[in-house]
Design a binder for this molecule. Structure first.
Ligand SMILES: Nc1ncnc2c1ncn2[C@@H]1O[C@H](COP(=O)(O)OP(=O)(O)O)[C@@H](O)[C@H]1O
Ligand SMILES: [Mg+2]
Length: 296
């Protein structure tokens, strides 16, 4: 008989940063006991953070499965491992989440589910549908979870040019969908506040960066531009931090534009898109020296 002694409390994430809502996404999670959700949106729009923040706020143990091609069914279910002269069984992440749900509410985050191959998706489905179970064939064991205790939150990147596995139709149909966009496009003031809080910049500079990012984002969403991805919040944070550092250390003529080159252009864009995004940034941020001094 396998002894399982897990410290579920150790799984509760600690997050210091605040998650800024785009709509009612946190309320939606809360409103359904053990919901099955898929968060969709472009890279860097806060999908992973939303799931982690929800778990942290509600003090729920979090189990994360990172979707990738090399993910093995054994990573989900578990595998035998050699320990000294013995062979012991190590539970996989999915098994642990189901075990935890037998005792208390918890969150299973299936991050970038579209990167999971069909074999792994099928295993996930058995846990996400009415069965709420995992079959451990090697041990002739079935672990049943308590569906009302298990929040399953998956994320899926939309937009941008990278490989996406097809989601199995049955898996796709299990989840209710929450669509996120770039924060500044949904809630401009929230992203401005985020930059002020996280980076310590002035309101005027935060507004300028968000306005500029929004122009690039709108261009990317138009589908008619060489620019295919917008500026994620993460890069906006880096941009704001670099503006402060460059200006403090007197690097360059215009710290806003110098910082944009390093935190946005070089970090995100290639070819023609670099020129187009740079033009948008110059159009917004090429301010005279005396104005720059006022806002930085
Ligand atoms: N709504 C938001 N509130 C607070 N921080 C955010 C938000 N959206 C993005 N961020 C910041 O951007 C980072 C990247 O977000 P992430 O959740 O990794 O994006 P995604 O999973 O959609 O690619 C986060 O770690 C966080 O610092
Ligand atoms: Mg993510």
């Amino acid at each position: 008989m396998l002894e399982r002694n897990y410290e579920w409390d150790a799984r509760i994430p600690r997050i210091n940063d605040v998650y800024y809502e785009q709509g009612n996404e946190l309320k939606k999670f809360k409103s359904v006991k053990g919901g099955r959700w898929r968060i969709e949106g472009p890279t860097g729009c806060g999908k992973t953070m939303l799931a982690e923040f929800f778990a942290a706020k509600r003090k729920l143990p979090l189990f994360t499965i990172q979707g990738r091609y090399t993910l093995n069914p054994a990573d989900l279910i578990g595998r035998p491992t050699i320990a000294g002269n013995d062979i012991i069984w190590i539970d996989g992440t999915l098994t642990k989440a189901l075990l935890c749900s037998q005792e208390r509410e918890c969150v299973l985050l299936v991050d970038e589910i579209n990167r999971m191959e069909p074999r792994s998706q099928a295993i996930l489905l058995e846990a996400a549908d009415y069965r709420c179970q995992v079959t451990i064939e090697a041990r002739d064991e079935v672990i049943r979870g308590i569906p009302e205790n298990l929040y399953i939150i998956s994320t899926l990147n939309r937009g941008g040019a990278y490989f996406v596995n097809r989601l199995d139709a049955a898996v796709e149909g299990r989840f209710s969908v929450i669509i996120l966009d770039y924060l500044g496009l949904k809630n401009r003031e929230a992203e401005v506040e985020l930059l002020i809080e996280r980076c310590g910049i002035k309101y005027e500079l935060a507004s300028l960066l968000v306005e500029t990012a929004n122009k690039v984002r709108v261009d990317a969403k138009s589908g008619k531009s060489v620019v295919t991805i917008g500026i994620p919040t993460r890069n906006l944070i880096n941009w704001a931090n670099l503006v402060l550092s460059y200006s403090k250390h007197g690097i360059g003529e215009n710290p806003v534009i110098d910082a944009a080159k390093d935190a946005v252009i070089d970090a995100l864009y290639e070819g023609q898109a670099r020129t187009t995004v740079m033009q948008i940034i110059l159009g917004m941020c090429d301010l005279p020296r005396n104005e720059l001094i006022q806002i930085i």
